[in-house]
Design a protein around this ligand. Structure first.
Ligand code: ATP
Ligand code: MG
Ligand code: MG
Length: 348
């Protein structure tokens, strides 16, 4: 079969590659680290920097289509891919989703409602932002954040005077009082067909996703249609191809947009066993121009728990329960807060 190129070597790339293999494709990983876990399950691996245009062009020569598994890749150098291979999702989706100011501006223009926010490039900007928006709030780096990294809580106005400011572009967001969190995950084909998975209710611990549950609580189910409406508009406006995720807070005022990810998402891992077609398989189908599979539930309910850091786990107990499906990512080093695997439990 054809070769799919994957930019990035983490667990998302690994699960894309496993789904691709089932459909007869070969995968070729491109990542800066020497020993990426995605490469363990792929036919080929190139170690290279994401801004090395010559290396990206050479990599793309071997690929029919190139996709990416994380958004913190500069969009400019990816132009080197296009003469040799299709890039799905489009570079524009990366540009928008990798910058919190760009994504909020983009979503607002389509009628979406983020938390009140302000750009922060100086102490004076931060004081003005906190004066206008109020506290509590969260100061975040505009780029490169994930799993809650690069975020600082501002509990009261005085914190704006004393907090050590990172020397990178920042954004201040008002703290959203939410009933629950959820995500909308969709897949879109190049012809514009869009399908949605059931929205999971997501619970975070220390800024890291801990558990996703389907079906979600009623307060979320009441807001999913509105959230899907926005997500569909975002996908259409970007001429998107592949899986796209939007994160929301369910609030009294309706769904508040948190952020988007131009890729498969941790809150969709339940779909491997819990949906007729997983987010990974439909991503591969969409970027390869194949018909989409059904996103319908394959069980009455699904719970996905992340395995984080070196938490002790009773492996025999997990494996002995026939409802459980264990996924370990094969990461050599255990670090606090690192995602080592997940367990999906089906309610049959
Ligand atoms: P991810 O790993 O999902 O990319 P991230 O590092 O980009 O995470 P966010 O999604 O911005 O981080 O925030 C992580 C979590 O922190 C959110 O899911 C939510 O629980 C909480 N949070 C973030 N922003 C706000 C806010 N403005 N109001 C209330 N809670 C927030
Ligand atoms: Mg994020
Ligand atoms: Mg998030």
């Amino acid at each position: 079969g054809e070769t799919i190129g994957i930019l990035g070597g983490g667990q998302l790339g690994r699960m894309i590659a496993l789904a691709a293999a089932n459909l007869g494709y070969r995968c070729h990983v491109y990542a800066p680290e020497p020993d990426p876990i995605a490469a363990d399950v792929c036919a080929a691996f190139t170690q290279g920097e994401f801004d090395d245009e010559a290396a990206l062009a050479a990599f793309a020569e071997h690929c029919a289509v190139v996709t990416y598994e994380f958004e913190n890749v500069a969009a400019g150098p990816l132009g080197a891919i296009m003469p040799n291979a299709r890039l799905h999702p489009p570079a524009r989706a990366l540009e928008v989703a990798q910058d919190r100011v760009a994504e909020k501006t983009f979503v607002e223009a389509l009628g979406g409602m983020p938390a009140p926010w302000a750009k922060v490039d100086s102490r004076d900007d931060l004081k003005a932002a906190v004066a206008r928006i109020g506290a509590p709030g969260i100061l975040k780096t505009r780029r490169d954040g994930y799993d809650g990294k690069g975020q600082w809580r501002i509990m009261q106005g005085a914190d704006a005077d004393t907090l050590d400011l990172a020397d990178v572009p920042l954004i201040y967001e008002g703290f959203v009082t939410f009933a629950a969190e959820f995500s909308v995950i969709l897949v879109r084909t190049s012809a514009g067909e869009v399908r949605f998975w059931d929205s999971a209710e997501n619970v975070h611990k220390n800024g890291i996703l801990d558990r996703s549950t389907v079906p979600a609580a009623q307060v979320i189910r009441d807001q999913v249609d509105a959230a899907r409406g926005l997500a569909g508009k975002v996908a259409d406006a970007l001429n998107y191809v592949g899986v796209l995720t939007l994160e929301f807070f369910a609030t009294d005022a309706g769904p508040v947009f948190n952020e988007m990810a131009p890729r498969v998402h941790n809150s969709g891992h339940w779909s491997i066993e819990g949906a007729l077609t997983s987010q990974f398989e439909n991503h591969v189908r969409a970027i390869c121009g194949l018909p989409l599979g059904s996103t319908a539930l394959a069980a009455k309910g699904v719970v996905m728990d992340n395995l984080i850091g070196d938490d002790a786990h009773d492996w025999p107990a997990i494996l002995s329960d026939p409802a459980n499906h264990l996924h370990l990512y094969g990461k050599a080093a255990v670090r606090p807060g690192r995602k080592m695997g997940h367990v999906t439990r089906l309610v049959l």
